[in-house]
Design a binder for this molecule. Structure first.
Ligand code: F6R
Ligand code: ZN
Length: 195
């Protein structure tokens, strides 16, 4: 065996069933409900109301068997449900990779966006099926569903990158993404909630 090979994951094919939203063979799955998103929506009262009012599933992530380990290249599919809280579109928590490394997202279905923030500058990439969004090392990232249907995308990232969620709570993600009529409006991250 080559010195470059690492166990325990063998070469494999991984099947994505779009209708079922599953990967097989399947790895870890997680579900994020509204109550898991504390401190992320600008309008905290609207967030509390949504938690009390059924605590809906906001997004789910299914992963393959490839582990989050150095030199591996894990993948996952995230599906964000359509919705808004206090006028802010439903979104992922967002994170920074502490071992700064790049990542790619591929839009699969629905209409979303990829929000990136490096502590100074903010970037937004419209994500539709077939769009590859590139996240350079050092850019925190969050996904947002700006459509009326579930938004799904594939993420591929270095297994040793790590995930830092505290960074986003402290520094934010540069901009808020608001529902406006039938469109999208951007606003300051730490601005006061409009009543
Ligand atoms: C992995 C990655 C995505 C997200 C997923 C959920 O590095 O960027 O797979 O982990 O979209 O978002 P978070 O992790 O921010 O809750
Ligand atoms: Zn990431």
């Amino acid at each position: 065996m080559s010195d470059y090979s690492v166990l325990p994951v063998p070469p494999m094919s991984i099947r994505f069933d779009q209708a079922a939203g599953t990967l097989s063979p399947a790895g870890p799955e997680l579900t994020r409900r509204m109550s898991d998103l504390e401190g992320l929506f600008l309008d905290q009262n609207a967030w509390r109301t949504a938690v009390a009012d059924g605590d809906p599933i906001v997004y789910s992530v299914v992963s393959s068997l490839v582990p989050e380990a150095d030199r591996e290249l894990p993948q996952s599919i995230t599906t964000i449900q359509p919705g808004s809280t206090g006028g802010e579109f439903w979104m992922t928590k967002g994170h920074q990779h502490p071992n700064h490394q790049g990542e790619i997202y591929l839009g699969i279905s629905g209409r979303g966006g990829l929000l990136m923030f490096d502590g100074t500058d903010t970037r937004w990439v419209d994500m539709t099926p077939g769009t590859i969004g590139y996240i350079p090392p050092g850019w925190a990232h969050r996904s947002v569903n700006v459509g009326g249907k579930p938004y799904s995308f594939l993420a591929v990232y270095p297994g040793g990158a790590g995930h830092d969620y505290g960074w986003v709570l402290e520094y934010g993600l540069g901009q808020r993404v608001w529902r406006q009529d039938d469109g999208v409006a951007f606003g300051g991250y730490f601005a006061e909630a409009s009543s």
